[in-house]
Design a protein around this ligand. Structure first.
Ligand code: NDP
Ligand code: 8X3
Length: 250
């Protein structure tokens, strides 16, 4: 069995790759930071008897994405499980005040990048009449909160694309799900705010989700019997009711 995890160089993707290795999947791990991907490969190789292939590329770049994927040997292209995880939030500003470069980065990564990689892999799954795709959405794909605007829009798009994939891949026996977490402490807020200290403040006074919590949720999805598909899961920290209501003890 072969799984591809996009955005495996940190956070949810990193932990998901470890969980999949534990479940016996040979892995294609992707991201832009080669050093992190090498570290993950080393950790997997030290702990599990599975093969690991690194694909280092920027998912926003369509031609680069296609060329890197096409460079894989045919055996590696027979992907059973695709975890569309690579993504980010850039900035936290009102829409009337927003940084258009940030908007482009979020749309290009979270929406277009997810589509580029899926477009390469879906025909292979269709040809084999099997496969599973799990798209990492967010509570931001279910709700829209102030200053979340374009990030929320990009994750609403992920929700919509997930539903389209599930409908269109139905005749081919391919399972499609989305996982929509609330706040998970990863590099997410460091990337969003561009500042380690400000990022720490986001998780102060309550216990956020961990990347491992999300990997375990994905493990539940991939271990259901063949006749069962979980369409979507919303997973929140116990202290977070929705995108704007978090109970903090500070
Ligand atoms: P991290 O910042 O820790 O990880 C993000 C991953 O995405 C990294 O591996 C990064 O790799 C990759 N990535 C980002 N941009 C690109 C790009 N242009 N090309 C290739 N890879 C890219 O954050 P999380 O683990 O938290 O985020 C993973 C997913 O989970 C995202 O889709 C995020 O929106 C979603 N999510 C996160 C939540 C949270 O609170 N943390 C909650 C809900 C959803 P590299 O930098 O090496 O390219
Ligand atoms: C990340 C969670 O609430 O910051 O998707 O949008 S949130």
């Amino acid at each position: 069995m072969i799984a591809m995890v996009t955005g495996a160089s940190s956070g949810i993707g990193y932990e998901t790759a470890l969980m999949l290795a534990k479940n016996g999947y040979n892995l294609i791990i992707t991201g832009r930071r080669m050093i992190n991907l090498e570290k993950l490969k080393f950790e997997i190789k030290n702990n599990f008897k599975v093969k690991v292939e690194i694909l280092c590329f920027d998912i926003r770049k369509r031609q680069e994405t296609e060329a890197v994927f096409n460079s894989l040997p045919d055996t590696w292209k027979q992907i059973d499980l695709l975890i569309n995880n690579a993504g980010l939030a850039a900035g936290l500003d009102f829409i009337f005040d927003g940084d258009i470069d940030n908007w482009e980065q979020m749309i290009d990564t979270n929406v277009k990048g997810l589509l580029y990689i899926s477009r390469l892999i879906m025909p292979i799954m269709i040809g084999r009449l099997k496969g599973q795709i799990i798209n990492i959405s967010s509570i931001a794909g279910k709700e829209t909160y102030p200053k979340g605007n374009i990030y929320c829009a990009s994750k609403h798009a992920v929700e919509s694309i997930t539903k389209a994939m599930r409908t269109e891949l139905l005749p081919y026996g391919i399972k499609v799900s989305s996982v929509a977490p609330g706040m998970v402490e990863t590099e997410f807020s460091i990337v969003r705010l561009g500042d380690q200290e400000k990022a720490k403040e986001v998780y102060k006074g309550f216990e956020p989700l961990t990347a491992k919590n999300i990997a375990e949720t994905i493990e539940f999805l991939i271990t259901r019997p063949q006749n069962v598909n979980i369409n979507e899961i919303v997973i929140m920290p116990t202290a977070q009711a929705n995108s704007t209501t978090t109970f903090k003890r500070i």
